[in-house]
Design a protein around this ligand. Structure first.
Ligand code: NAI
Length: 406
């Protein structure tokens, strides 16, 4: 049987994870790093994970051995000469990524596809910097790559359609679910997910609810696996704010995505989340304790607002909660819907791909469009209008969801 070979540039968090996925699905892997000891460490880390899977019975001893035998160190550019696909997962800098590809070009098969795992750079611009825009495709995995099901496949403006299709097919062969996106800031997930964090910080900053109340509402009422504030701590507050700022700037500063001043103050104080042992929570104690104090200004809902959020929770929540919980859930959720609608209008992706991306890339219990239809887009529009009226902010004055709900 003909065995396919993938070259992977970078054996850090993402590169090692992607290499593991490919090797476990029968592909030969040529892993290239900055030097041999670093490459060796990356392979060792993959082999340790294969051992753990074998110990848990998720891989048979033969499958473990086969996967290990497919991992090779690419000591020179020519080692990548057989590869059908090269995926780069190196530092997030366009010049470094472009130089890494350019160095390899003379050694590669003329039909080898080049793929980038970038989270924030333009696939089109990188393809042009490499000098081969038709061969370059975005192949965006999520961390940890062996566990997260989603791969966003991104067509650059000049990507060859056959190359894009082939990348999608390979991702599926590797057991992944594919969402296709155009080359736009944050692609799907890192774009549509922004209000999950931003609205949570706005509710916190306004003093309407405490850190743990916001997280609990989204978990218990919304059915999300993690609340937005604990998730921002896990991602890293610096990474999360940088993504927020970059998407906001690149999209022309839409009011809905305006970065949170409170979150930026948290970053400036060095409270970067779990990795710094402090963010929205203090991780020096067990269980972690809320670490952000704000002056409480309880929300006063009118009868009509209370009724709206109760109806939204009735239809869309796993379990409707208190007025405050329903308010938190309904407010954060419709802002995600609004962002999903904006992404759809801008041609970032189709509704089905946006739903797939949010379910498999960040484990949302439902895709935004499916959820919007379940609740009723008219009801969501009424709630956005109520938020616009009560806040006096343009942020919630948005094009009707009913037009794009599908
Ligand atoms: P990392 O810092 O863990 O790993 C990068 C690796 O690339 C390092 O081991 C480094 O030695 C190696 N490297 C640097 N220059 C190289 C070169 N010229 N040739 C070969 N190897 C080289 O970084 P991480 O987190 O794995 O990110 C890599 C890429 O994946 C970035 O573009 C990032 O935006 C993207 N990404 C990261 C995610 C995450 O959650 N960490 C999720 C999805 C995408």
């Amino acid at each position: 049987m003909h065995t396919s070979t993938v070259g992977i540039l970078g054996g850090g968090t993402m590169g090692a994870g992607i290499a593991q996925v490919a090797a476990m699905h029968g592909w030969m892997v040529e892993l290239r790093e900055v030097d041999e000891p670093t490459a060796r460490r990356a392979v060792d880390s993959i082999v340790r994970r294969l051992d753990q899977l074998a110990e848990k019975g998720r891989l048979t001893p033969e499958e473990r051995d086969d996967a290990e035998s497919r991992l090779c160190l690419a000591r020179c550019p020519d080692c990548l000469g057989d590869c059908e696909l090269i995926i780069e997962a190196i530092v997030e800098r366009l010049d470094v990524k472009a130089a890494a590809f350019r160095e390899l070009l003379p050694s590669l098969r003329p039909d080898a596809i080049l793929a980038t795992n970038t989270s924030s750079l333009s696939v089109t611009t990188l393809g042009e910097a490499v000098g081969q825009p038709q061969r370059l495709v975005g192949m965006h995995f999520f961390n940890p790559a062996p566990l997260m099901k989603l791969v966003e496949v991104i067509a650059g403006e000049r990507s060859d359609a056959a190359a894009v299709d082939r990348v999608a097919q390979i991702a599926q062969q590797w057991g992944k679910v594919v969402a296709r996106a155009s080359d736009s800031p944050g692609f799907i997930v890192n774009h549509v997910a922004r209000p999950y964090y931003l609205e949570a910080f706005r509710i916190l900053e306004a003093g309407h609810a405490a850190v743990e109340e916001i997280d609990a509402a989204m978990r218990d009422v919304g059915g999300f696996r993690m609340g937005p504030l604990e998730l921002a701590d896990l991602i890293g507050m610096d990474i999360n704010t940088a993504a927020a700022r970059s998407v906001w700037e690149q999209l022309g500063r839409p009011a809905l995505l305006e970065p949170s001043a409170l979150q930026e103050r948290i970053v400036a104080a060095g409270h970067l989340g779990r990795k710094a042992k402090r963010g929205c929570y203090d991780y020096a104690v067990e269980p972690p304790a809320p670490a952000i104090e704000v002056e409480r200004r309880p929300i006063e809902l009118t009868g009509a607002e209370r009724d709206l959020v109760a109806r939204i929770a009735q239809r869309g929540a796993v379990k409707p909660g208190s007025d405050l919980q329903n308010y938190i859930f309904a407010r954060i959720l419709v802002c995600i819907f609004a962002q999903a609608a904006m992404a759809c209008r801008r041609g970032v992706a189709q509704r089905e791909d946006i739903d797939t991306a949010m379910r498999y890339g960040v484990n949302y219990p439902r895709g935004p469009f499916e959820w919007m239809r379940l609740i009723g887009p008219d009801l969501c529009d009424q709630w956005l209008a109520a938020l616009a009226a009560s806040s006096g902010s343009d942020r919630y004055r948005l094009a009707p969801l009913a037009e794009v709900a599908g």
